[in-house]
Design a protein around this ligand. Structure first.
Ligand SMILES: [Fe+2]
Length: 401
């Protein structure tokens, strides 16, 4: 049986099924292993891990620990409680109008960030005037209709992760800040920090940055320096605000003090740093990397909620979920009628019942004539999330045109 225990209850003889730290590029070769000795326990604790899942069929058991199923059920209830929300900020553009603009913008943003990171690697200064007009357009796009740009942010290719991740984190941060009703000028500063949050990676040796396997402990230590390196680069750039510096400099801090580089705790981490940590982890665990398969977006949100008991401020995680939806736009869901559908737009009052495009019939194993239905009308309902790869469906083909 798989059970969840606090790390303080972990003893040699137990079998770790899952270290429950998806965001961490930790030095263990695998997430699952037998705990041989106390040194191993100490190492896990030193990483900042607070709770792990153990397999009681493969190692020692512990009384009174919840099973994985019990944990899952509780999280599902907590997520569903977030469904009813105050109406979302009004949309200024129809999805059909914003979608072509968002596509162009997304392509341009990726190109600009790729070039910027390449220039910085060669020793150039960050040139803000190359990114600012694009940032303004990204803020505009998310304010016009976030359902156009956000699904694009979910699509990434393995070989281009670093800059695609930067663009995604930027788009997601704008949506998050909009949900928090922060002033527009501040949102632009947050967006700049988000776009450049990993700029320090341009100073990390490429052999480590793009290593197609787990990092060694020494390599992991080098990788972590990207935060300070990024802060130095940004401080040397005229026009970068304190807010943008906080987004970038604090995106690996954790609410319980287990993060880096400064091990800041609780409200010592700025609001912008706390937001960046949530968004960075969300995008990392929902993306496919060479060495791990990304989670479905709604699964990743559930993990954030689980980790918010220690690593993130729960209220902020709630706001982030409200910002992007329980079933984020662009994700694949299974309907009660036995059909697969792609989420198109969130409904203003009800995040459990978005508008979806029905595309595939599971029983008949065939595509259906695409049809948009509003689940708030009660014709059908979502029974779970699905993985595009399981069904061999290309998510790109079902983005809003
Ligand atoms: Fe980072």
């Amino acid at each position: 049986m798989i059970k969840k225990i606090p790390v303080d209850a972990l003893v040699p003889g137990m079998y770790v099924h899952d270290l429950n730290c998806g965001w961490l590029e930790h030095p263990f070769l695998t997430n699952a292993f037998r705990v041989e000795d106390a040194a191993r326990v100490a190492k896990i604790r030193a990483l900042g891990i607070r709770e792990v899942y153990i397999d009681t069929c493969r190692g020692l058991d512990v009384p009174d620990a919840p099973t994985r199923e019990e944990v899952e059920a509780r999280l599902r209830q907590r997520i569903e409680a977030l469904a009813a929300r105050k109406p979302a900020p009004p949309r200024r553009a129809a999805l059909a109008d914003e979608a072509p603009r968002a596509r162009k913008l997304h392509t341009a943003a990726n190109r600009i960030v790729r070039n910027l990171l390449a220039d910085v690697r060669l020793g150039a200064q960050i040139e803000l005037d190359k990114v600012e007009p694009m940032l303004e357009s990204m803020v505009d796009s998310v304010f016009s209709n976030p359902n156009a740009l956000l699904p694009l942010a979910g699509l990434k290719r393995h070989d281009t992760y670093t800059f695609e991740h930067s663009v995604s984190v930027c788009a997601l941060m704008v949506a998050f800040a909009r949900e928090l009703e922060l002033p527009r000028e501040l949102i632009r500063e947050i967006a700049l920090g988000a776009l450049l949050h990993d700029v320090g990676k341009a100073k990390v040796p490429e052999a480590i940055l793009n290593k197609p396997a787990k990092l060694s402990e020494a390599e992991f230590a080098v990788m972590k320096t990207h935060v300070q390196l990024g802060s130095e680069l940004l401080r040397a750039t005229p026009g970068v605000s304190e807010t943008a510096l906080r987004v970038a400099g604090q995106h690996h801090e954790r609410y319980d003090g287990s993060g880096y580089p400064e091990r800041l705790e609780g409200e010592a981490i700025s609001l912008y740093g706390q937001m960046a940590a949530i968004v960075d982890v969300y995008d990392a665990i929902s993306s496919n990397r060479i060495y791990h398969k990304g989670m479905a977006p709604s699964e990743a949100l559930k993990k954030l909620l689980e980790w918010s008991e220690h690593h993130f401020a729960p209220k902020l995680v709630h706001s982030f979920i409200r910002a992007i939806g329980i079933y984020p736009s662009g994700s694949l869901v299974r309907l009660e009628s036995g059909r697969l559908a792609v989420v198109r737009e969130q409904n203003a009052h009800d995040l459990l019942h978005p508008q979806v495009q029905v595309i595939f019939h599971i029983g008949r194993q065939c595509y259906l004539p695409p049809e948009i239905i509003d689940l708030a009308q009660g014709q059908d309902r979502i029974v779970g999330h699905e993985d595009f790869r399981t069904w061999n469906i290309d998510p790109q083909a079902w983005l809003p045109a």
